[in-house]
Ligand binder design. Structure first.
Ligand code: ADE
Length: 241
């Protein structure tokens, strides 16, 4: 794979990998939507597309809308062979989650906050977007595998829990399904790589766990993302299973 786009939401999540790749900021690319960084690795072009900073609130633009915009711009202008949604995520003690573990998406990526009880739209709401087969890569690189489920909330409510338990998801984030949706519509292979900062069924508040573990998990994410890039670069699109 000669062109790999990595879509990320928070600058703190991206900081270790930008340093490790000696990535350089690109200017003039849809500055209200994204902050682009580029790097070369083993003669492949790597794009790190950060989903920008909110103009009014001044915070990193987390969540599905910025992720979809950013992914669209990345595919339209960079024409990647593969898109990786990389970042931190929540897990569950009940699903064997451990803070600092890194997961690669397996099976599909779903939404757990889009409940549409109308014929045909139920499945549209859940999404179940395809992901690249990555079990062999996961076994070699020591990654966990699981279904990634997305919503725009850090916590989970009782309705979310019903859809999460129906999908059997192991990882909970705020972007992967939006990135995967755009990838499916634009016929670009997709994978998610997520490092766990918090366990949402643990008695300590999710936000407190997230803040305490963000830096450590971002370093773990960077280490594994480099290994994933090195795995993908020599391979062809159909050469993953
Ligand atoms: N990113 C890190 N922790 C998360 C959580 N609990 N839910 C969604 N996204 C997250």
């Amino acid at each position: 794979m000669k062109r790999i786009a990595v879509v990320m939401a928070m600058s703190a999540e991206a900081s270790p990998v930008l340093t490790a790749l000696s990535a350089e900021a690109a200017t003039g690319v849809a500055p209200l939507v994204v902050r682009w960084f580029t790097a070369t690795r083993h003669r492949s072009e790597i794009l790190i597309a950060l989903n920008g900073r909110d103009r009014r609130f001044g915070v990193d633009s987390i969540g599905t809308e910025p992720a979809a915009l950013s992914t669209y711009v990345a595919i339209d202008r960079f024409r990647p062979d593969v898109v990786i949604s990389a970042g931190t995520a929540g897990g569950w003690e009940r699903a064997g989650g451990v803070i600092g573990d890194v997961y690669v998406s397996d099976g599909c990526v779903v939404h757990h906050d889009r409940r549409i009880a109308i014929e045909g739209f139920r499945e549209y709401g859940i999404g179940a977007y395809p992901v690249l087969p990555a079990r062999q890569m996961a076994a070699t690189l020591g990654l966990k595998t699981g279904i990634v489920t997305t919503s725009n909330s850090l916590d989970e409510n009782d309705d979310d829990r019903l859809l999460i338990s129906a999908s059997g998801a192991a990882v909970k984030d705020m972007e992967a399904a939006a990135v995967a949706y755009v990838c499916e519509q634009m016929s670009v292979p997709f994978m998610a790589l997520k490092a766990i900062t918090d366990l949402v069924d643990h008695p300590i508040a999710t936000a407190d766990q997230f803040n305490a573990n963000l830096s450590m998990a971002s370093k773990r994410l960077s280490e594994k993302l480099l290994e994933v890039l090195d795995w993908l670069i020599p391979r062809e699109r159909g050469d993953m299973s």
